[in-house]
Design a protein around this ligand. Structure first.
Ligand code: AGP
Length: 614
């Protein structure tokens, strides 16, 4: 949600900033801008900082930035609007009245109204409706020849969350950054330094990074950087190496990131499983959990906290943990948990599940649990993310960078992590060695089964062509396929803007069946277990009311194929593994419906990857 990039070094800053913003575009894409300090002597009336801002995508900004824009130090921002509409004036960077200070900001300044009133009394004139602009004026208010000192003084007045980068015309080559609740990473280059909200903006330049912690301030020049904490003490930086490669954030011949990420799933699931399956013991090992056998034995219940697609993965995981490992398990919406005064029971295992590891709702819920003495393990994709660092241990799902706003491969990798966790906990309880080995054999076959499910691509595209213009959809499933129905509905509405509801198919007769008509297709997920017959009855109920049915069921299920208007066969896997083979066709259905309607599948309207505000 919003992206920040900063560069200082020997090269032309504007190019690096615009390229960095392009990498960050998935974090927010309603407007963007850069501010670059002019190095050469200024002509009469020339502004010391070149500030260029445009509403729309980065392509608009790129067009507006002169190719030869001078300056080797600057900051940039891509915005997801919170305060103030989408206008050039509200786009970042924001400058102070003198035009010598520029700042970019991610997060929300909660007391901006009071600060603005105070600053206006001091003579500041505001040019935007944003909360962020107060930072520029506040830094100017405190500036006395030292940008770092002025920013630190300003921070003392800010309430809310921020990742900030600032430059001053009088301080050549210097960028100052500060973090509180919104990520910032320093990129350590050779004779140059970068600052970004996300490592994807740094990958083209360096693999050496330092993650800032909340309360820390960084001051950098091309040759060096120093970090200080909230008490102004120097922090010894820990330099990490990013393992993601640049090509992992390229489209590699696919027409969109979403398409690429859907088709990467056989490999990404394989990566999530790899090195974690122990055939000999019929068990699994997730090293990062940092729990001894004794501690694992002591777990009496599991609670998952997550949002959106990650919550859906948690719902699947909890069904598994309960039915296979026989542990009571519940997945909670992070945004709800934090504010309902939760009881943190001893011997509970809390799991914060988050692709980005930066989702504010999940992060704050995690901190709330930790404050009450609970320990929380993270299940994250992004290495070095805030949840990964602040949790008390955890696992990385290794799906690789997920750039499309709609989560696809991260979801199936999260599922893989839950299957491994279930196995390892089940083996400590009732599951026999032999059953464990069978479970593993089924899990090992999943990447290939997923590949086979993706082979339905063309058939699904043809279905999407026929159905994309319907305005309402129902997604229905039972048992472990109920969360997959929720996920199918979320994917469709998120990228195609078609209204879709996910329901447990047994629930439709309790209300939603009133929506059924020839204009409302129902997408049924038919399991291959004891719930199959019940789901088939639900299909008949829909058909009896004239509702079109698109059914996903195991290949060779002629009964379902005969009943449904459209049939999408999925590969044969054990019933508890069916989420893996049902979800890729649903992702493709949404994807092709969105394409059919001319939507931007990677950057759907109003959304941003990683939601870092509540
Ligand atoms: C998924 O397609 C969504 N874009 C969204 O629901 C997402 O899963 C949610 O915001 C949680 O994000 P996280 O996994 O990064 O915490």
């Amino acid at each position: 949600m919003c992206g920040i990039v900063g560069y200082t070094g020997p090269r032309q800053a504007s190019r690096i900033l615009v390229e960095g913003l392009k990498r960050l575009e998935y974090r927010g894409y309603d407007s963007a801008g850069i501010a670059v300090r002019r190095d050469e002597p200024l002509g009469d009336g020339e502004a010391p900082l070149s500030v260029i801002k445009r509403i729309g995508k980065i392509a608009e900004l790129r067009q507006a930035v002169p190719k030869d824009l001078p300056g080797t130090c600057g900051i940039g921002h891509t915005r997801w609007a919170t305060h103030g509409g989408v206008t050039d004036a509200n786009a970042h960077p924001h400058v102070d009245g003198s035009g010598r200070i520029a700042i970019v900001h991610n997060g929300i300044i909660e007391n901006s109204a009071a600060l603005k009133e105070m600053l206006e009394k001091e003579g500041a004139r505001f040019a935007s409706e944003t909360d962020s602009e107060v930072i520029a004026h506040l830094v100017a208010y405190y500036y006395d020849g030292d940008l770092e000192a002025a920013l630190k003084a300003a921070l003392g007045h800010l309430r809310g969350t921020y990742g900030i980068a600032a430059i001053h015309a009088d301080e050549p080559g210097r960028i100052v950054g500060a973090r509180n609740g919104s990520p910032l990473v320093v990129g350590v280059g050779d004779g140059e330094m970068l600052l970004a909200s996300d490592v994807t903006a740094l990958l083209a330049h360096t693999a050496s990074v330092v993650y800032l912690n909340d309360g820390e301030v960084v001051s950098m020049t091309p040759a060096e950087f120093r970090i200080s904490d909230g008490d102004d003490r120097a922090v010894d930086p820990k330099i990490d190496t990013i393992t993601w490669k640049l090509d992992a954030i390229e489209k590699e011949g696919f027409s969109s990131y979403m398409e690429k990420e859907i088709f990467e799933q056989p490999e990404s699931i394989d990566r999530a499983l790899s090195g974690r399956m122990n055939q000999e013991y019929g068990s699994a090992k997730l090293g990062g959990l940092n729990l001894s056998k004794k501690e694992l034995h002591a777990i009496e219940r599991v609670r998952v906290i997550a949002a959106g697609t990650s919550w859906h993965a948690g719902l699947v995981g909890c069904q598994l943990l309960e039915s296979v490992a026989r542990l009571p398990a519940q997945a909670e919406l992070a945004s709800e948990l934090r504010y309902r005064n939760p009881v943190v029971e001893p011997n509970s295992l809390y799991l914060a599940v988050s692709q980005s590891g930066e989702t504010a709702d999940t992060l704050y819920a995690m901190r709330e649990i930790q404050r009450r003495g609970g320990s929380v393990l993270g299940v994250c994709n992004v290495v070095g993310s805030t949840i990964a660092r602040e949790s008390d241990g955890g696992v990385y799902v290794h799906s690789g960078p997920e750039i499309a706003v709609a989560s696809t491969k991260a979801f199936t990798s999260q599922l893989a992590a839950f299957y491994l966790m279930t196995l390892s906990l089940a083996r400590l309880h009732d599951m026999s060695h032999h059953e464990g080995q069978r479970f593993l054999a089924e899990l090992r076959a999943i990447p290939e089964a997923v590949r086979a499910s993706l082979a339905q691509r063309d058939a699904i595209q043809a279905i999407a062509k026929r159905y994309a213009r319907y305005r309402d959809f129902l997604f229905l499933g039972r048992g472990i396929l109920y969360p997959i129905a929720l996920e199918g509905a979320l994917k469709l509405k998120e990228i195609s803007y078609i209204h879709a509801e996910g329901y447990a198919s047994g629930e439709i007769k309790h209300g939603p069946i009133a929506l059924v008509s020839p204009e409302t297709p129902s997408v049924f997920l038919v399991s291959n277990d004891h719930l199959r017959e019940k789901t088939i009855s639900n299909i008949r109920e829909i058909k009896a009311r004239g509702g079109p049915v698109i059914a996903l069921a195991q290949e060779g299920d002629d009964e379902v194929a005969g009943l449904a208007d459209e049939f999408i066969p999925v590969p044969t896997v054990g019933s508890r593994f069916q989420p893996f083979v049902m979800v890729p066709p649903l992702q493709l259905l949404s994807y092709f419906c969105a394409l059919e309607l001319g939507r931007n599948v990677d950057q759907p309207r109003n959304l941003a990857k990683s939601v870092t505000v509540e």
